[in-house]
Design a protein around this ligand. Structure first.
Ligand SMILES: [Zn+2]
Ligand SMILES: [Zn+2]
Length: 1018
């Protein structure tokens, strides 16, 4: 029998308010032998499912809830003195309650947002089935009436308090009682008084006393109301941190959140107590010994709650086949693609028939037919409206069905890509097909998804940014008022790193010399770092996942909570606890409240639409060729043509600046060493040039994987009889294309299959388990592997041992060949364009890089043009367009490339198109004046050299401004007296006396405006 249950608990999803991870709360609760626990974060359900899973796993009954923000009267009005925003705890009793809660928090964000997402009593009433409400903390509505509440008096411009009003509290309690189902509303009492000497200053002692006094009033009022209205009492501890000793870190978090100084003598909080932790049953029973019934009610509430969230169901929408049978429809689609791609008599046809049958069977049995059709539909829709789509990415390129449906563009048989690397029929998990779209137009595909599957069925995915070493030291250091210079010196000495490589404060305090020095000389630094450590990993903000979104078969709020993205601004005023926030109106799509990993378990299919600039560049280049040469090279660019020797020579020369994935000096060097002759060589180069294989040393030879590959390839090409040793004869064939080196995960799978007799599914499991380096898993796999290698593989024990350790190394560094091959297609395409149509390709590249402000790309590509004998003509007011364009044997820079002219270029060019070329300096200035040129843009136009074709730069530079003034004066006169003064003379200055500028000065000026060094002056 339970004797108390925590029903009011915040995790760090109460962002910047509570600090405990769900894990730490559940672990602590389990340690304290609680058999049930609630989670009630502020206004959101981000952590609900994670909490549900974690608690179940720990054998604790999860009670899913929310401490909602509730408009006192209605969400139809914004927050005012009479309609303030209160707190209220709502718990889900069962599945119906949970679903209602999903609706409520979603509606709060959609309909009730005003600084925070709000519900109101009427809204709750609509969704009350299966819910329990409790009156929450001092910020609850009833309690606010009971203690008198703070409000902003607009006329006196000060904060004031209303008088306590019992009758209003009573009336509101009655309203809330009737809001919920019969007997489902409780009055909550809290007591956060403390005996600890927390070292608080006078101001904060007073605020603590204020809180304790008010909580007493709330308790007295609750008892009275309880009797009058027959509303049961309940007890809670408003948990914001797991252990008592965490309070200091939580206090620091508040200082960070409100951008105030931790030791500011005037800083105070209404929660200045160390009692907001997950107390033990004994502590709670002891503290509320006068309220046995209220304590017991927490147990009764917990007993009423019994929630099961359906997992493992599949909510993929059924693809609309316009009345046809889905299976028939999809098989037909595949057949169509198949016949086009594997014509009778072609090389892979027989093998392809087998493979396609097998894949169809697996995909159908796993229930993913609709998913494939959806993906194929997105792609064909995009292609249909001329939005470039990538040739495939990730493991999906290993599927022949994907290939036949047009999802990918490479034949998996030709490139030895394995289906099971993509879909393992023994491990039921939703397939993951990511798609690259043109950067400029990916938004249109999202729009299509909304329109096709219904706005309510589609949502983007939320992610959470957390506080890690670097930013923590900045934020917490600031709260501790540590000098700026010290903070930024330390913060910038901490390596960036992400994921498992992320810097931890703990190790930094041990390794970082600068931190060590500060810690040893300053007590403040020591305390600050302790706090920072306690806050490490706490959630900092909700943001949007870069590319992911989910599509469901129904209104998503049946399965998950949604929200509109919010723009947060931390409060600027001292002690202002509430953050200012507003709905981000730039995004019309809804967002999931649950993070990505939860969504798959709840049966929702996730897709990633990525924005890839290379696709935009390729399309722009093809369009330029069409416009200037009149040829359509689209078909030449497609994958069928991966054979051009000159394209491979371009790569062999390392002339790959601007070629997809081949820009870095290191990769260019590798290409020069490998000297690719065919597509496979490019795939290998891409797979090898990554941190793992670049550094992984092969113990037998002491060489890196990359060097060994280069060496074997070089030897083999010098002497065809050159061989390398393999541990098993079957490996010879598998490793032939990579000169005896295991580069791809697919090769590891093939080796397991051939040597140990594994199925592809088993081989995929092996690769995954061994690559993860988890000792128990590795040991288990090794046992099975040895059995197979010694038995079926007929290997000697020592060789099998060696082979296993080889595979172990390569499983860690091996690359997914499907992905490398699909991406290498883009490498080839861009290299082909650069080789065959360099002028057009470099123009397209420069246009793409012109949006980047740093100028580095631009300089890099201009220099590359010069190296490739492409003339680069400086911007010219009479010739330049808005974009970089080909011109005779080179390219013409665009007007916006001149710094300071960007804003007005469009007008200048439009005017020129209408009235023809500028014929003289005076003509030019007169016309520029009409489009609104100012001193900055005029200086930029002249000194960048863009007007050299119409006058003498020395004179224009010296007199340009004077002439513009004169022109403006004349224009003004004409505006006023056009009719009588139409022969008004322009005061043209005598320009012959202009000083002659030194060439060096002129050059440095044009560099300043163009950020470029040497251009042709034609
Ligand atoms: Zn509250
Ligand atoms: Zn609370």
């Amino acid at each position: 029998m339970e004797d108390f249950v925590h029903l009011h608990v915040h995790s760090n999803y109460s962002i910047l308010d509570a600090i405990s991870s769900i894990d730490s709360l559940v672990t602590e609760a389990a340690q304290q032998k609680y058999s049930a626990l609630a989670l009630t974060d502020h206004g959101n359900m981000h952590g609900s499912f994670e909490f549900y899973k974690t608690a179940k796993k720990a054998g604790i009954k999860p009670i899913v809830g929310v401490e909602v923000y509730c408009a006192r009267d209605t969400v139809k009005e914004s927050r005012t003195k009479d309609n303030p925003t209160d707190h209220m705890v709502i718990l889900a009793r069962n599945e119906t309650g949970y679903k209602n809660l999903l609706k409520l928090v979603t509606r709060a964000s959609l309909e009730g947002f005003n600084y925070v997402p709000r519900v109101d009593p009427d809204m709750i009433r609509e969704h009350r089935e299966g819910l329990i409400g409790t009156s929450a903390c001092l910020s609850g509505g009833i309690n606010s009436y009971a203690i008198g509440e703070k409000f902003y008096n607009r006329s006196t411009k000060t904060y004031e308090y209303t008088d306590p009003d019992y009758s209003k509290a009573l009336a509101y309690a009655d309203r809330l009682k009737n809001t919920f189902e019969e007997g489902c509303f409780y009055l909550e009492i809290q007591d956060h008084s403390t005996d600890t000497d927390m070292g608080l200053n006078q101001c904060r002692m007073e605020s603590q006393k204020w809180m304790v006094d008010k909580q007493k009033i709330v308790t007295e009022t609750a008892i009275r109301i309880s009797k009058e209205l027959n509303i049961p009492l309940t007890v809670s501890n408003d948990v914001h941190h797991t252990k008592q000793c965490d309070w200091n870190a939580k206090d620091t978090l508040f200082a960070v959140r409100t951008i105030s100084k931790k030791y500011d003598p005037e800083r105070k909080l209404t929660t200045d107590s160390d009692q907001f932790y997950l107390k033990s049953k004994t502590e709670m029973l002891d503290r509320f010994r006068d309220f046995p019934e209220a304590i017991n009610n927490t147990v009764l509430i917990a007993e009423q709650c019994d929630l099961n969230i359906a997992v493992g169901e599949n909510h993929i929408p059924v693809f609309d086949t316009e009345g046809q049978d889905v299976i028939k429809y999809w098989r037909n689609k595949i057949r169509e693609g198949f016949e086009a791609k594997y014509r009778p008599g072609t090389e892979y046809r027989t093998e392809a028939v087998q493979r396609v049958k097998y894949e169809i069977e697996v995909i159908e049995s796993m229930g993913f037919v609709s998913y494939f059709l959806m993906v194929a539909d997105f792609i064909s829709h995009a292609r249909g409206i001329d939005i470039p789509v990538g040739p495939g990415r990730g493991s999906a390129a290993g599927s022949i069905v994907s290939y036949c449906l047009g999802i990918t563009e490479i034949c998996p048989l030709e490139h030895k890509l394995i289906f099971e690397r993509f879909l393992n029929s023994e491990r039921i998990s939703l397939p993951d097909i990511d798609i690259d779209f043109c950067k400029k137009r990916v938004g249109e595909v999202y729009g299509y998804a909304q329109q096709k599957y219904g706005e309510k069925n589609v949502a983007r995915i939320a992610t959470f940014s957390s506080m890690w070493a670097r930013s923590l030291i900045r934020d917490v250091g600031k709260a501790y008022d540590i000098p700026k210079e010290e903070i930024s010196a330390v913060a910038s000495s901490i390596p960036e790193g992400a994921g498992e490589f992320r810097a931890k404060i703990e190790e930094q305090t041990e390794e970082n010399e600068l931190i060590k020095a500060y810690v040893s000389s300053s007590e403040v630094w020591k305390t600050m770092l302790d706090d920072a450590k306690a806050l490490e990993g706490a959630k900092k903000a909700v943001s949007k996942h870069a590319a992911g979104f989910v599509i469901g078969d129904d209104d998503l709020t049946k399965y998950i909570p949604l929200m509109r993205p919010v723009k947060n601004k931390p409060g600027k005023k001292k002690n202002q606890v509430e953050q200012e926030a507003s709905i981000d109106t730039t995004d019309t799509m809804m967002f999931t409240q649950y993070p990505m990993d939860d969504l798959e378990e709840l049966g929702l299919i996730k897709m990633d639409f990525l924005a890839l600039e290379t696709l935009t560049i390729i399309q722009d280049c093809i369009k330029l060729i069409q416009k200037y040469e009149g040829i359509d090279v689209t078909t030449n660019v497609t994958y069928n043509n991966l054979l051009s020797p000159t394209t491979y020579s371009l790569m062999s020369l390392g002339n790959t600046l601007g070629v997809f994935q081949c820009e870095s000096p290191g990769l260019r060097h590798l290409l020069m060493q490998i000297r690719p002759e065919q597509f496979n060589d490019v795939v290998a180069a891409i797979a090898l040039y990554r941190p793992g294989p670049m550094d992984a040393i092969d113990e037998a030879t002491g060489m890196t994987m990359m060097d060994k590959y280069v060496q074997n390839r070089t030897f083999k090409r010098q002497d065809d009889s050159f061989t390398w040793e393999v541990l098993h004869p079957e490996m010879d064939k598998i490793l032939k294309e990579t000169y005896g080196i295991i580069i791809y995960q697919e090769q590891i799978m093939d080796i397991c299959r051939k040597v140990c007799g594994y199925t592809y599914n088993q081989a995929d499991k092996f690769r995954k388990a061994v690559g993860k380096k988890i000792p128990e898993l590795v040991a288990k796999e090794k046992k099975a592997f040895m059995k197979g290698a010694l038995g079926q593989g007929n290997m000697a024990q020592s060789d099998a041992d060696k082979l296993f350790s080889q595979l172990e190394t390569f499983a860690r560094y091996g690359f997914n060949k499907s992905h490398a091959a699909a991406y290498a297609v883009l490498t080839y395409r861009t290299a082909w364009l650069k080789q065959e149509y360099p002028i057009y390709y470099m123009s397209a590249l420069l246009n793409a890089s012109s949006n980047k402000s740093d100028g580095i790309d631009k300089r890099k590509y201009v220099n590359d043009c010069l190296l490739n004998n492409i003339k680069v003509y400086a911007p010219d007011i009479n010739r330049s367009e808005l974009t970089v364009v080909p011109e005779s044997d080179g390219i013409r820079c665009n007007l916006p490339m001149i710094r300071g002219v960007d804003g007005i270029s469009e007008k200048i060019i439009a005017e020129r198109k209408e009235n023809g070329k500028h014929t003289s300096f005076v003509d030019c200035i007169t016309r520029l004046s009409k489009v609104g040129v100012n001193k900055t843009s005029l200086d930029a136009l002249i000194n960048s050299g863009s007007m050299d074709s119409i006058g003498n730069r020395d004179q224009m530079s010296h007199y340009g401004w004077d002439l513009l003034q004169a022109v403006k004066k004349k224009q003004k006169r004409e505006e006023g007296f056009a009719s009588i003064l139409d022969d008004d003379e322009l005061d043209i200055p005598d320009m012959s006396s202009a000083p002659v500028l030194d060439k060096k000065v002129k050059d440095s000026m044009s560099v300043k405006y163009l950020e470029l060094y040497s251009l042709e002056d034609k």
